[in-house]
Write a protein that binds this ligand. Sequence first.
Ligand code: ATP
Ligand code: MG
Length: 424
Amino acid sequence: MANIQAIRGMHDVLPEQTPLWQYAEKIIRDVLANYGYSEIRLPIVEKTELFKRSIGEVTDIVEKEMYTFDDRNGDSLTLRPEGTAGCLRACLEHGLLHNQVHRLWYYGPMYRHERPQKGRYRQFFQFGVETYGMESADIDAELLLLTDRLWTRLGIRSKVRLQLNSLGTIAERLIYREALVTYFQRHLAVLDEDSLRRLMTNPLRILDTKNPAMQDVVTNAPELMDYLGEESRAHFYSILETLNTLGVSYEINTRLVRGLDYYSKTVFEWVTDELGSQGTICAGGRYDGLIEQLGGKANHAVGFAMGMERLLLLLETIHVELDAAVNVYVIRVGDQAQKVGLHLAEQLRSDIPTLKLQLDCAGGSIKSQFKKADKSGATYALILGEDEVSRGEIAIKSLRDPAQAQQNLPLNEIAVFLKTLNLL
Ligand code: ATP
Ligand code: MG
Protein backbone atom coordinates (compact mmCIF):
# COMPACT_ATOMS: atom_id res chain seq x y z
CA MET A 1 0.00 0.00 0.00
CA ALA A 2 1.34 3.45 -0.86
CA ASN A 3 2.46 5.67 1.99
CA ILE A 4 0.12 8.47 2.96
CA GLN A 5 1.39 11.85 1.83
CA ALA A 6 0.72 15.42 2.90
CA ILE A 7 -2.14 17.35 1.32
CA ARG A 8 -1.23 19.13 -1.92
CA GLY A 9 0.01 22.64 -1.20
CA MET A 10 0.56 21.96 2.51
CA HIS A 11 4.17 21.61 3.47
CA ASP A 12 6.29 20.18 6.22
CA VAL A 13 9.06 22.42 7.47
CA LEU A 14 11.92 19.98 7.99
CA PRO A 15 14.59 20.28 10.72
CA GLU A 16 17.16 21.55 8.23
CA GLN A 17 14.82 24.42 7.36
CA THR A 18 13.54 25.39 10.81
CA PRO A 19 16.67 27.32 11.89
CA LEU A 20 16.08 29.89 9.14
CA TRP A 21 12.40 30.13 10.10
CA GLN A 22 13.30 30.64 13.76
CA TYR A 23 15.90 33.24 12.81
CA ALA A 24 13.34 35.25 10.83
CA GLU A 25 10.62 34.80 13.46
CA LYS A 26 12.92 36.10 16.18
CA ILE A 27 13.89 39.21 14.26
CA ILE A 28 10.24 39.91 13.43
CA ARG A 29 9.22 39.54 17.09
CA ASP A 30 12.12 41.77 18.14
CA VAL A 31 11.15 44.52 15.72
CA LEU A 32 7.48 44.31 16.78
CA ALA A 33 8.67 44.68 20.38
CA ASN A 34 10.72 47.73 19.36
CA TYR A 35 7.44 49.41 18.46
CA GLY A 36 5.52 48.20 21.50
CA TYR A 37 3.19 45.70 19.79
CA SER A 38 1.46 42.92 21.76
CA GLU A 39 0.72 39.40 20.64
CA ILE A 40 -2.81 38.06 20.31
CA ARG A 41 -3.51 34.35 19.74
CA LEU A 42 -6.56 33.43 17.74
CA PRO A 43 -8.43 30.29 16.66
CA ILE A 44 -7.64 28.79 13.27
CA VAL A 45 -11.31 28.01 12.63
CA GLU A 46 -14.06 30.65 12.61
CA LYS A 47 -17.67 30.81 11.48
CA THR A 48 -17.84 31.06 7.69
CA GLU A 49 -20.12 34.07 8.04
CA LEU A 50 -17.28 36.09 9.58
CA PHE A 51 -15.14 35.87 6.45
CA LYS A 52 -18.07 36.40 4.10
CA ARG A 53 -19.03 39.55 5.96
CA SER A 54 -15.56 40.98 6.36
CA ILE A 55 -13.59 39.99 3.27
CA GLY A 56 -16.57 40.43 0.94
CA GLU A 57 -18.65 37.96 -1.06
CA VAL A 58 -17.15 38.85 -4.42
CA THR A 59 -13.47 38.55 -3.61
CA ASP A 60 -11.19 35.76 -4.83
CA ILE A 61 -10.84 34.45 -1.31
CA VAL A 62 -14.55 34.07 -0.56
CA GLU A 63 -15.57 33.10 -4.09
CA LYS A 64 -13.13 30.27 -4.58
CA GLU A 65 -10.35 29.90 -2.04
CA MET A 66 -11.91 29.08 1.34
CA TYR A 67 -11.71 25.72 3.10
CA THR A 68 -15.30 25.56 4.32
CA PHE A 69 -16.98 22.59 5.96
CA ASP A 70 -19.94 21.76 8.16
CA ASP A 71 -19.29 21.12 11.83
CA ARG A 72 -21.06 18.05 13.29
CA ASN A 73 -23.90 20.25 14.48
CA GLY A 74 -24.38 21.73 11.02
CA ASP A 75 -22.64 25.10 11.54
CA SER A 76 -20.61 26.23 8.54
CA LEU A 77 -17.01 26.73 9.61
CA THR A 78 -13.95 27.90 7.66
CA LEU A 79 -10.20 27.49 8.14
CA ARG A 80 -9.05 31.10 8.35
CA PRO A 81 -7.80 32.40 4.99
CA GLU A 82 -6.34 35.49 6.73
CA GLY A 83 -6.16 36.94 10.22
CA THR A 84 -7.73 40.39 10.07
CA ALA A 85 -11.33 39.19 10.41
CA GLY A 86 -10.62 36.89 13.36
CA CYS A 87 -8.53 39.50 15.16
CA LEU A 88 -11.27 42.08 14.86
CA ARG A 89 -13.91 39.52 15.88
CA ALA A 90 -11.91 38.73 19.01
CA CYS A 91 -11.39 42.39 19.91
CA LEU A 92 -15.08 43.19 19.44
CA GLU A 93 -16.09 40.13 21.44
CA HIS A 94 -13.83 41.08 24.36
CA GLY A 95 -14.61 44.79 24.31
CA LEU A 96 -11.07 45.82 23.39
CA LEU A 97 -12.21 48.48 20.97
CA HIS A 98 -14.10 50.60 23.42
CA ASN A 99 -12.20 53.90 23.81
CA GLN A 100 -8.93 52.09 23.49
CA VAL A 101 -5.91 52.02 21.28
CA HIS A 102 -4.28 48.71 20.35
CA ARG A 103 -1.21 47.58 18.46
CA LEU A 104 -1.44 43.81 17.96
CA TRP A 105 0.31 41.02 16.11
CA TYR A 106 -0.38 37.36 15.50
CA TYR A 107 1.44 34.54 13.77
CA GLY A 108 0.22 31.28 12.35
CA PRO A 109 -1.03 29.24 9.42
CA MET A 110 -3.67 30.46 6.96
CA TYR A 111 -5.56 28.32 4.43
CA ARG A 112 -6.55 29.09 0.86
CA HIS A 113 -7.49 26.64 -1.87
CA GLU A 114 -5.25 28.08 -4.58
CA ARG A 115 -3.24 26.46 -7.36
CA PRO A 116 0.03 25.54 -5.60
CA GLN A 117 3.22 26.96 -7.12
CA LYS A 118 6.42 28.56 -5.87
CA GLY A 119 5.43 31.12 -3.22
CA ARG A 120 1.75 30.10 -3.33
CA TYR A 121 0.50 27.31 -1.11
CA ARG A 122 -2.71 26.04 0.43
CA GLN A 123 -1.36 26.29 3.95
CA PHE A 124 0.99 29.22 4.48
CA PHE A 125 2.16 31.22 7.48
CA GLN A 126 1.50 34.88 8.06
CA PHE A 127 2.71 37.39 10.57
CA GLY A 128 -0.17 39.81 10.84
CA VAL A 129 -0.26 43.23 12.48
CA GLU A 130 -3.47 45.10 13.29
CA THR A 131 -3.80 48.48 14.99
CA TYR A 132 -7.08 49.92 16.25
CA GLY A 133 -8.36 53.28 17.37
CA MET A 134 -5.92 55.57 15.55
CA GLU A 135 -7.06 57.99 12.88
CA SER A 136 -3.78 59.81 12.38
CA ALA A 137 -1.66 59.10 9.33
CA ASP A 138 1.24 58.59 11.75
CA ILE A 139 0.07 55.06 12.44
CA ASP A 140 -0.11 54.24 8.72
CA ALA A 141 3.43 55.62 8.47
CA GLU A 142 4.52 53.66 11.55
CA LEU A 143 3.59 50.37 9.88
CA LEU A 144 5.69 51.33 6.87
CA LEU A 145 8.64 52.37 9.04
CA LEU A 146 8.34 49.17 11.07
CA THR A 147 8.40 46.97 7.98
CA ASP A 148 11.21 49.03 6.46
CA ARG A 149 13.24 48.46 9.64
CA LEU A 150 12.39 44.78 9.52
CA TRP A 151 13.78 44.33 5.99
CA THR A 152 16.93 46.14 7.04
CA ARG A 153 17.40 43.87 10.08
CA LEU A 154 16.79 40.82 7.91
CA GLY A 155 19.32 42.05 5.35
CA ILE A 156 16.87 42.16 2.43
CA ARG A 157 16.09 45.87 2.24
CA SER A 158 17.77 46.19 -1.16
CA LYS A 159 15.58 43.39 -2.50
CA VAL A 160 12.18 44.90 -1.74
CA ARG A 161 10.30 47.99 -2.89
CA LEU A 162 7.40 49.78 -1.24
CA GLN A 163 4.34 50.47 -3.36
CA LEU A 164 1.70 52.80 -2.02
CA ASN A 165 -1.71 54.04 -3.00
CA SER A 166 -4.78 55.63 -1.47
CA LEU A 167 -8.24 54.22 -2.12
CA GLY A 168 -9.99 57.19 -0.53
CA THR A 169 -13.18 56.79 1.41
CA ILE A 170 -15.90 54.34 0.45
CA ALA A 171 -18.02 57.22 -0.91
CA GLU A 172 -15.14 58.51 -3.06
CA ARG A 173 -14.50 55.03 -4.31
CA LEU A 174 -18.13 54.58 -5.37
CA ILE A 175 -17.95 57.61 -7.63
CA TYR A 176 -14.67 56.37 -9.07
CA ARG A 177 -16.16 52.92 -9.56
CA GLU A 178 -18.88 54.36 -11.78
CA ALA A 179 -16.31 56.19 -13.89
CA LEU A 180 -14.28 53.02 -14.18
CA VAL A 181 -17.24 50.89 -15.24
CA THR A 182 -18.19 53.47 -17.89
CA TYR A 183 -14.60 53.45 -19.15
CA PHE A 184 -14.30 49.65 -19.31
CA GLN A 185 -17.69 49.38 -21.00
CA ARG A 186 -16.20 51.31 -23.89
CA HIS A 187 -13.45 48.62 -24.14
CA LEU A 188 -15.43 45.43 -23.64
CA ALA A 189 -13.70 43.68 -26.55
CA VAL A 190 -10.31 43.81 -24.78
CA LEU A 191 -11.54 42.46 -21.43
CA ASP A 192 -10.90 38.82 -20.61
CA GLU A 193 -13.48 36.54 -19.05
CA ASP A 194 -12.38 37.25 -15.47
CA SER A 195 -12.54 40.99 -16.02
CA LEU A 196 -15.97 40.84 -17.65
CA ARG A 197 -17.21 39.04 -14.58
CA ARG A 198 -15.58 41.60 -12.30
CA LEU A 199 -16.97 44.54 -14.25
CA MET A 200 -20.24 44.30 -12.34
CA THR A 201 -19.03 42.77 -9.09
CA ASN A 202 -15.62 44.26 -8.30
CA PRO A 203 -14.41 46.49 -11.16
CA LEU A 204 -11.40 47.87 -9.25
CA ARG A 205 -9.96 44.39 -9.25
CA ILE A 206 -9.67 44.59 -13.05
CA LEU A 207 -6.80 47.03 -12.49
CA ASP A 208 -4.96 44.19 -10.78
CA THR A 209 -4.97 41.99 -13.88
CA LYS A 210 -1.78 40.21 -14.87
CA ASN A 211 -3.07 39.66 -18.45
CA PRO A 212 -0.53 41.33 -20.82
CA ALA A 213 -3.22 41.82 -23.48
CA MET A 214 -5.07 44.14 -21.09
CA GLN A 215 -2.14 46.29 -19.95
CA ASP A 216 -2.90 49.17 -22.34
CA VAL A 217 -6.54 49.45 -21.42
CA VAL A 218 -5.63 49.33 -17.73
CA THR A 219 -2.86 51.94 -18.09
CA ASN A 220 -5.25 54.40 -19.70
CA ALA A 221 -8.08 53.86 -17.22
CA PRO A 222 -9.18 56.74 -14.97
CA GLU A 223 -7.10 57.06 -11.79
CA LEU A 224 -8.60 56.81 -8.34
CA MET A 225 -6.19 59.47 -7.09
CA ASP A 226 -8.11 62.05 -9.15
CA TYR A 227 -11.31 61.21 -7.28
CA LEU A 228 -9.99 61.64 -3.75
CA GLY A 229 -11.42 64.37 -1.53
CA GLU A 230 -9.45 66.91 0.48
CA GLU A 231 -9.21 64.84 3.65
CA SER A 232 -8.12 61.62 1.95
CA ARG A 233 -5.48 63.52 0.05
CA ALA A 234 -4.13 65.22 3.18
CA HIS A 235 -3.95 61.85 4.93
CA PHE A 236 -2.01 60.34 2.06
CA TYR A 237 0.39 63.29 1.74
CA SER A 238 1.09 63.19 5.44
CA ILE A 239 2.32 59.59 5.09
CA LEU A 240 4.46 60.52 2.11
CA GLU A 241 5.96 63.42 4.03
CA THR A 242 6.98 61.15 6.92
CA LEU A 243 8.56 58.68 4.52
CA ASN A 244 10.38 61.50 2.71
CA THR A 245 11.66 62.99 5.96
CA LEU A 246 12.92 59.65 7.23
CA GLY A 247 14.40 58.65 3.91
CA VAL A 248 12.21 55.64 3.18
CA SER A 249 11.88 55.28 -0.58
CA TYR A 250 8.53 54.32 -2.12
CA GLU A 251 6.67 54.20 -5.40
CA ILE A 252 3.13 55.45 -5.78
CA ASN A 253 1.23 52.79 -7.70
CA THR A 254 -2.20 54.10 -8.62
CA ARG A 255 -3.16 50.62 -9.89
CA LEU A 256 -2.70 49.08 -6.46
CA VAL A 257 -6.18 48.24 -5.21
CA ARG A 258 -5.67 45.04 -3.17
CA GLY A 259 -8.09 42.16 -3.44
CA LEU A 260 -10.17 42.70 -0.34
CA ASP A 261 -13.23 44.87 -0.02
CA TYR A 262 -12.47 46.33 3.35
CA TYR A 263 -9.68 48.79 2.60
CA SER A 264 -10.04 52.57 2.66
CA LYS A 265 -7.43 55.30 2.24
CA THR A 266 -3.96 53.76 2.55
CA VAL A 267 -3.03 50.52 0.79
CA PHE A 268 0.50 49.27 0.37
CA GLU A 269 2.60 46.31 -0.72
CA TRP A 270 6.23 45.42 -0.26
CA VAL A 271 7.26 43.64 -3.45
CA THR A 272 10.35 41.90 -4.73
CA ASP A 273 11.45 41.09 -8.27
CA GLU A 274 13.19 37.89 -7.17
CA LEU A 275 10.23 35.55 -6.74
CA GLY A 276 8.51 35.70 -10.13
CA SER A 277 4.82 36.51 -10.06
CA GLN A 278 4.53 35.73 -6.32
CA GLY A 279 6.43 38.93 -5.60
CA THR A 280 4.35 40.46 -2.80
CA ILE A 281 5.82 39.56 0.56
CA CYS A 282 3.83 41.96 2.71
CA ALA A 283 0.58 43.78 2.09
CA GLY A 284 -1.85 45.89 4.04
CA GLY A 285 -3.65 49.12 4.55
CA ARG A 286 -6.33 51.02 6.40
CA TYR A 287 -9.75 49.45 6.85
CA ASP A 288 -11.73 51.87 9.01
CA GLY A 289 -15.08 50.69 7.61
CA LEU A 290 -14.72 47.06 8.62
CA ILE A 291 -15.36 47.54 12.32
CA GLU A 292 -18.86 48.89 11.72
CA GLN A 293 -19.42 46.25 9.08
CA LEU A 294 -18.85 43.62 11.77
CA GLY A 295 -21.24 45.28 14.16
CA GLY A 296 -18.86 47.49 16.17
CA LYS A 297 -18.92 51.26 16.68
CA ALA A 298 -17.22 53.38 14.01
CA ASN A 299 -13.48 53.18 14.65
CA HIS A 300 -10.12 53.15 12.95
CA ALA A 301 -7.97 50.25 11.88
CA VAL A 302 -4.73 49.80 9.94
CA GLY A 303 -2.79 46.59 9.46
CA PHE A 304 -0.75 44.35 7.25
CA ALA A 305 0.10 40.70 6.74
CA MET A 306 3.39 39.21 5.70
CA GLY A 307 3.78 35.86 3.97
CA MET A 308 6.48 33.85 5.72
CA GLU A 309 7.16 31.35 2.91
CA ARG A 310 7.85 34.16 0.45
CA LEU A 311 10.03 35.91 3.01
CA LEU A 312 11.94 32.66 3.53
CA LEU A 313 12.42 32.24 -0.23
CA LEU A 314 13.90 35.71 -0.28
CA LEU A 315 16.16 35.00 2.71
CA GLU A 316 17.44 31.93 0.88
CA THR A 317 18.84 34.25 -1.80
CA ILE A 318 21.22 35.94 0.68
CA HIS A 319 23.77 34.55 3.08
CA VAL A 320 22.43 34.29 6.62
CA GLU A 321 24.75 33.37 9.48
CA LEU A 322 22.74 31.02 11.69
CA ASP A 323 23.64 29.97 15.22
CA ALA A 324 24.87 26.40 15.47
CA ALA A 325 22.31 23.95 16.85
CA VAL A 326 25.03 22.16 18.82
CA ASN A 327 28.22 23.61 20.37
CA VAL A 328 29.60 20.55 22.08
CA TYR A 329 29.28 16.84 21.27
CA VAL A 330 30.07 14.19 23.84
CA ILE A 331 31.61 10.92 22.65
CA ARG A 332 31.67 7.93 25.01
CA VAL A 333 33.45 4.62 24.58
CA GLY A 334 33.17 1.83 27.19
CA ASP A 335 30.72 1.01 30.01
CA GLN A 336 32.21 3.32 32.62
CA ALA A 337 32.40 6.18 30.12
CA GLN A 338 28.67 5.79 29.37
CA LYS A 339 27.74 6.55 32.96
CA VAL A 340 30.33 9.25 33.60
CA GLY A 341 29.54 10.93 30.29
CA LEU A 342 25.81 11.05 30.95
CA HIS A 343 26.32 12.61 34.37
CA LEU A 344 28.88 15.05 33.04
CA ALA A 345 26.52 16.15 30.25
CA GLU A 346 23.78 16.94 32.77
CA GLN A 347 26.25 18.74 35.05
CA LEU A 348 27.52 20.92 32.19
CA ARG A 349 23.97 21.84 31.16
CA SER A 350 23.36 22.93 34.77
CA ASP A 351 26.62 24.90 34.95
CA ILE A 352 26.21 26.61 31.58
CA PRO A 353 22.51 27.15 30.82
CA THR A 354 23.17 28.50 27.30
CA LEU A 355 25.19 25.44 26.32
CA LYS A 356 23.93 23.36 23.41
CA LEU A 357 25.37 19.98 24.20
CA GLN A 358 24.53 16.77 22.42
CA LEU A 359 25.35 13.43 23.99
CA ASP A 360 25.99 10.52 21.67
CA CYS A 361 23.40 7.92 22.66
CA ALA A 362 23.66 5.69 19.61
CA GLY A 363 27.15 4.37 20.38
CA GLY A 364 29.40 2.75 17.80
CA SER A 365 33.13 3.03 17.23
CA ILE A 366 34.96 6.20 18.18
CA LYS A 367 35.35 6.89 14.46
CA SER A 368 31.64 6.70 13.77
CA GLN A 369 30.90 8.87 16.81
CA PHE A 370 33.39 11.47 15.51
CA LYS A 371 31.56 11.47 12.18
CA LYS A 372 28.28 12.22 13.95
CA ALA A 373 30.01 14.89 16.04
CA ASP A 374 31.23 16.58 12.90
CA LYS A 375 27.82 16.40 11.25
CA SER A 376 26.12 17.88 14.32
CA GLY A 377 27.82 21.21 13.62
CA ALA A 378 29.43 21.24 17.07
CA THR A 379 32.64 23.23 17.51
CA TYR A 380 34.13 20.86 20.08
CA ALA A 381 33.99 17.17 20.86
CA LEU A 382 34.46 15.91 24.41
CA ILE A 383 35.84 12.37 24.42
CA LEU A 384 35.54 9.92 27.26
CA GLY A 385 37.28 6.56 26.86
CA GLU A 386 38.20 4.03 29.57
CA ASP A 387 41.66 5.67 29.96
CA GLU A 388 40.23 9.14 30.52
CA VAL A 389 37.67 7.82 33.00
CA SER A 390 40.26 5.94 35.02
CA ARG A 391 42.36 9.14 35.27
CA GLY A 392 39.32 11.35 36.05
CA GLU A 393 39.96 13.31 32.87
CA ILE A 394 38.29 14.14 29.61
CA ALA A 395 39.75 14.83 26.17
CA ILE A 396 38.66 17.91 24.27
CA LYS A 397 39.15 18.31 20.55
CA SER A 398 38.29 21.11 18.18
CA LEU A 399 36.15 19.85 15.31
CA ARG A 400 36.73 22.97 13.23
CA ASP A 401 40.37 23.99 13.74
CA PRO A 402 42.86 21.25 12.82
CA ALA A 403 45.71 23.39 14.20
CA GLN A 404 44.33 23.11 17.74
CA ALA A 405 45.82 20.05 19.43
CA GLN A 406 43.63 17.68 21.41
CA GLN A 407 44.13 18.21 25.13
CA ASN A 408 43.14 16.48 28.33
CA LEU A 409 41.55 18.25 31.30
CA PRO A 410 40.45 17.06 34.74
CA LEU A 411 36.68 16.40 34.66
CA ASN A 412 35.95 19.12 37.21
CA GLU A 413 37.70 21.79 35.11
CA ILE A 414 35.80 21.25 31.91
CA ALA A 415 32.92 23.60 32.75
CA VAL A 416 35.29 26.49 33.44
CA PHE A 417 37.18 25.72 30.26
CA LEU A 418 33.97 25.68 28.13
CA LYS A 419 32.92 28.98 29.62
CA THR A 420 36.13 30.61 28.37
CA LEU A 421 35.47 29.46 24.81
CA ASN A 422 33.64 32.00 22.82
CA LEU A 423 30.93 29.72 21.52
CA LEU A 424 27.97 30.19 23.74
P1 ATP B 1 -1.60 37.43 -4.01
O1 ATP B 1 -1.95 38.61 -4.83
O2 ATP B 1 -0.17 37.00 -4.16
O3 ATP B 1 -2.58 36.30 -4.17
P2 ATP B 1 -3.06 38.32 -1.72
O4 ATP B 1 -3.45 39.70 -2.08
O5 ATP B 1 -4.06 37.24 -1.88
O6 ATP B 1 -1.71 37.89 -2.49
P3 ATP B 1 -3.02 38.88 1.11
O7 ATP B 1 -4.35 38.31 1.35
O8 ATP B 1 -2.85 40.33 1.15
O9 ATP B 1 -2.45 38.29 -0.26
O10 ATP B 1 -1.97 38.20 2.09
C1 ATP B 1 -0.79 38.87 2.55
C2 ATP B 1 0.45 38.11 2.18
O11 ATP B 1 0.33 36.75 2.49
C3 ATP B 1 0.79 38.11 0.70
O12 ATP B 1 1.43 39.28 0.34
C4 ATP B 1 1.68 36.91 0.60
O13 ATP B 1 3.00 37.23 1.03
C5 ATP B 1 1.07 35.96 1.56
N1 ATP B 1 0.19 35.02 0.87
C6 ATP B 1 -1.09 35.20 0.46
N2 ATP B 1 -1.58 34.08 -0.12
C7 ATP B 1 -0.58 33.16 -0.07
C8 ATP B 1 -0.44 31.79 -0.48
N3 ATP B 1 -1.45 31.14 -1.05
N4 ATP B 1 0.73 31.17 -0.27
C9 ATP B 1 1.76 31.80 0.33
N5 ATP B 1 1.70 33.08 0.75
C10 ATP B 1 0.55 33.76 0.56
MG1 MG C 1 -4.42 35.83 -3.36
